[in-house]
Design a protein around this ligand. Structure first.
Ligand code: NAD
Length: 349
C-alpha cells in the first residue's frame, strides 16, 4: 500500500503519521506537507528514519505538482489532513482558507480521479474534517451525521465546501471516499496559538491568559491520539461513502476548562492553589463566535467499537506533562526556529 497522508507535519497529522508508520510497517507512508507556519517536522523526529516513511515537501494548491507526484508514487490511498485550521486566522485572511481547504482538496480529488482512472479496486480517499461545519448548538442537542451544514466562519465554510466536493466526487465519479467530522482536539505538539497550548505557555511564563468574551463558549474536547485511533479505525474498517462523527463526549465551558488547567499547572509548578487563576484575562469576543459544539459519536462507537482511551483529566495531565517536559519544542515554535528544521534536516531551503 502506498499511502499519502497530507498535512502530516501539523498537529493531528503528525500523530496520524506516527500511528500509521508504527502500526503498519508494510505500508509505504508518504507525508506531503507545504510546511506552512503550522507544519513542524520536529513533531516527527522519532519516525523520520523509518524505512516505511518518506517526507515530501509540496503544496496541494499546485495541481500539476500533484499530478506528477501521483504518477511517480502510484498512491493507493489518501488520508487528507492538510488545511488552514485556525478560525482567528480565517477571519483575518480568508483567502488562504479558500485556496488550501477548497482548491487544494479539489486538486487532490482530481489527482486521484486521473491517476486511478476508474479502477477503484483497493483505492480510498479519506477526508478529515471538523464538527464546525454543523454550525452552533443551543444549550441542548448534539451534532449527528444527519445535522444540516450551517458553517459560520470562513474556516468552517471552507471545510464544509471541501466536504461537499468529497461527496460530489463520490456520487458523480464513483471515487471511494470516507469522511470524519471531529470535535476540538488537544494534546502534545499543538501549535501554541490554540486555546489549550496558548494557556499552558502563558501560565508557565506568568503572562495573562486571554479568554474570549465571558468564557461561556462550550467545546467538546478529544485527546489527539484518540482522534488518530478513530482515523485508523475508519480508514481500515469504515464503510465507503460514509461519514463518521468523532467526539470526546466531553463538553467544557472555556472558562471552566482554563480554570482546571490553571489548577493542574499550579500543582505541576509547585505554585499556591489558585495562583494561576489570577492570570485569567477576559478579552473582546471573537467575531461570530459559535456558542456550543457537541458531537454524537455513537455511530463510530457502535459500528467500529471505537471509544476515547483517556478521560479529560488524564489527557489534560498528559498534555501538561508533555509541554513542561518539552520546553525546547515550545521555545523553537514560539521563536520561529522550527521553520529552519527542514533546511537543517533535508539540506534545502
Ligand atoms: N485541530 C482540531 O481540533 C481539529 C478538529 C477537527 C478536524 N480538524 C481538521 O484536521 C486537519 C488537521 O488539523 P490540525 O489541527 O492538525 O492543523 P494544523 O494547522 O496543525 O496542520 C495543518 C498542516 O497542513 C499543512 N498545510 C497547510 N496548507 C497546506 C498546503 N497548501 N499544502 C500542503 N500542506 C499544507 C501545514 O503545513 C500543517 O502541517 C485539518 O483538516 C482540520 O480541519 C482539526
Amino acid at each position: 500500500m502506498n499511502l499519502l497522508i497530507t498535512g502530516g507535519a501539523g498537529f493531528i497529522g503528525s500523530h496520524v503519521v506516527r500511528l500509521f508508520v508504527e502500526s503498519y510497517p508494510t505500508y509505504n507512508i508518504f507525508n506531503l506537507d507545504a510546511l506552512t507556519y503550522a507544519g513542524n517536522l520536529q513533531n516527527l523526529r522519532d519516525v523520520e528514519s523509518r524505512p516505511n516513511y518518506t517526507f515530501l515537501k509540496g503544496d496541494i494548491t499546485d495541481a500539476s505538482f500533484l499530478e506528477q507526484l501521483f504518477a511517480e508514487h502510484r498512491f493507493d490511498a489518501v488520508v487528507h489532513l492538510a488545511a488552514e485550521s485556525h478560525v482567528d486566522r480565517s477571519i483575518a485572511g480568508p483567502m488562504a482558507f479558500v485556496q488550501t481547504n477548497v482548491m487544494g482538496t479539489v486538486n487532490l480529488l482530481e489527482a486521484c480521479r486521473r491517476a486511478w482512472a476508474g479502477d477503484y479496486a483497493g483505492k480510498l480517499f479519506y477526508h478529515v474534517s471538523t464538527d464546525e461545519v454543523y454550525g452552533s448548538l443551543g444549550e441542548n442537542g448534539l451534532f449527528t451525521e444527519q445535522t444540516p451544514y450551517d458553517p459560520r466562519s470562513p474556516y468552517s465554510a471552507s471545510k464544509a465546501a471541501s466536504d461537499h466536493f468529497i461527496r460530489a466526487w463520490h456520487h458523480t465519479y464513483g471515487l471511494p471516499v470516507k469522511l470524519s467530522n471531529c470535535s476540538n482536539n488537544y494534546g502534545p505538539n499543538h501549535f501554541p496559538e490554540k486555546l489549550i497550548p496558548l494557556a499552558i505557555h502563558n501560565i508557565k511564563e506568568g503572562r495573562p491568559v486571554p479568554v474570549y468574551g465571558k468564557g461561556e463558549n462550550v467545546r467538546d474536547w478529544l485527546y489527539v491520539l484518540d482522534h488518530a485511533r478513530a482515523i485508523d479505525a475508519i480508514f481500515h474498517r469504515g464503510k465507503v461513502g460514509e461519514t463518521y462523527n468523532v467526539g470526546g463526549v466531553n463538553e467544557w465551558r472555556n472558562l471552566d476548562l482554563i480554570e482546571l488547567l490553571c489548577d493542574v499547572m499550579d500543582e505541576n509548578l509547585g505554585r499556591e492553589p489558585g495562583e494561576s487563576r489570577k492570570l485569567i484575562t477576559f478579552v473582546k469576543d471573537r467575531a461570530g463566535h459559535d456558542a456550543r459544539y457537541a458531537i454524537d459519536s455513537s455511530k463510530l462507537m457502535k459500528e467500529l467499537g471505537w471509544k476515547p482511551s483517556v478521560t479529560f483529566e488524564q489527557g489534560l495531565k498528559k498534555t501538561v506533562d508533555w509541554y513542561l517536559a518539552n520546553g525546547a519544542w515550545l521555545e523553537e515554535v514560539t521563536s520561529g526556529h522550527y521553520q529552519q528544521y527542514y533546511a537543517r534536516q533535508y539540506g534545502e531551503r
